[in-house]
Design a protein around this ligand. Structure first.
Ligand code: PNS
Length: 160
């Protein structure tokens, strides 16, 4: 069975993430979405909320599994016999850091990283920008699934 992982913080999942997960799900038999826990980074959503949102918006994909993990991504891969990491590349600016992580992960365990060019419609999109725009009342309805929009609206304090 060919397995891959799409890792990230997913705070929250965006249409850009979903596009990469959907494309990975076409290429691999089983795709894990790994919500990596970073205790130094306080998120807007709890890890459980992020997982629930991802599970709901990927429910139509029969071969996508969602889990959280506290530790190194290579250990997540080792424990589940996953040989490949799939990452979206939005722009050249992503490449430097992504290359470092890919080389580090390969050096640590031999796991491969495959980069998928992001759909140009989402090349400017990040969870951080979505949160910032939404926090100031901007329209992000075209950037996140409806369920995530609902969750953002109820989570963010009203401003303005
Ligand atoms: O969505 P993000 O925050 O850009 O995702 C970054 C993430 C979670 C994929 C990366 O920080 C990661 O893999 N963290 C797990 C810890 C780890 O393995 N660190 C070493 C990376 S070389």
């Amino acid at each position: 069975m060919r397995r891959a992982v799409c890792p990230g913080s997913f705070d929250p999942i965006t249409n850009g993430h979903l596009d990469i997960i959907a494309r990975a799900a076409k290429l691999y038999d089983e795709v894990y979405v790994a919500v990596m826990i970073n205790q130094a980074k306080k998120g807007l959503f709890t890890v459980e909320e992020r997982i629930d949102l991802i599970r709901s918006v990927t429910a139509d994909y029969g071969n996508v599994r969602v889990e959280s993990f506290h530790g190194l991504l290579v250990d997540f891969c080792k424990q589940r016999d996953i040989p490949a990491i799939v990452k979206g590349l939005r722009a050249v600016s992503d490449f430097d850091y992504e290359l470092q992580m890919a080389q580090m992960n390969n050096g640590l365990s031999g796991v491969e990283t495959l980069f998928v060019p992001t759909n140009p419609a989402y090349s400017f999109l990040s969870s951080s920008l979505v949160k910032e725009v939404a926090a100031w009342g901007g329209d992000v309805s075209h950037l996140v699934p409806p369920l995530v929009l609902e969750a953002l609206t109820s989570k963010l304090p009203k401003r303005g």
